[in-house]
Write a protein of this length. Structure first.
Length: 116
C-alpha cells in the first residue's frame, strides 16, 4: 500500500496515527534511531493540527510531512532533499484510492485494527 511513497528518493519511513495519537502502523526503510511508540509528543502534533488537511515540518536534516487520512494522520519522514511535490502527489493518490476502496481496505482499516 505504501510502496510508491517509500520508493521516493529521500523518504525514510511512514507512520500512521489514530486521531487519538496512537501509532497504528509504521515502516522505515532503514532502522531508525528511535521508537515512535514511546514518543508521546505525536499526539501533540495531532491535537495541534485539529482537522488540518496537511502540514510540513522542516528540521535541520529531515522533514516531516503530515497528511490527514480517514480515521487518523499519515506521517512521512523524509530528508530535506526529498521532492515534496512527489510526496504530496503520492499521498493524494493513496488517499484517493482509499476513498474508492471504501472502509474495508486502506488506511482506515489499519487505524480501526489498532483501535480493536
Amino acid at each position: 500500500m505504501f510502496k510508491d511513497i517509500l520508493g521516493i528518493q529521500g523518504v525514510k519511513g511512514i507512520m500512521l496515527f489514530t486521531r487519538d495519537g496512537e501509532l497504528a502502523f509504521k515502516h522505515f526503510i532503514e532502522p531508525y534511531n528511535f521508537e515512535p511508540e514511546v514518543k508521546d509528543w505525536w499526539g501533540l502534533y495531532i491535537y495541534t493540527l485539529n482537522g488540518t488537511k496537511e502540514a510540513e515540518l522542516v528540521f535541520e536534516r529531515d522533514r516531516l510531512y503530515i497528511r490527514r487520512a480517514k480515521g487518523g494522520y499519515l506521517f512521512v519522514l523524509a530528508s530535506n532533499s526529498a521532492p515534496t511535490p512527489m510526496i504530496r502527489l503520492n499521498c493524494e493518490i493513496l488517499l484517493s484510492a482509499e476513498k474508492e476502496a471504501g472502509s474495508q481496505k486502506g488506511l482506515g482499516w489499519l487505524v480501526n485494527e489498532r483501535k480493536n
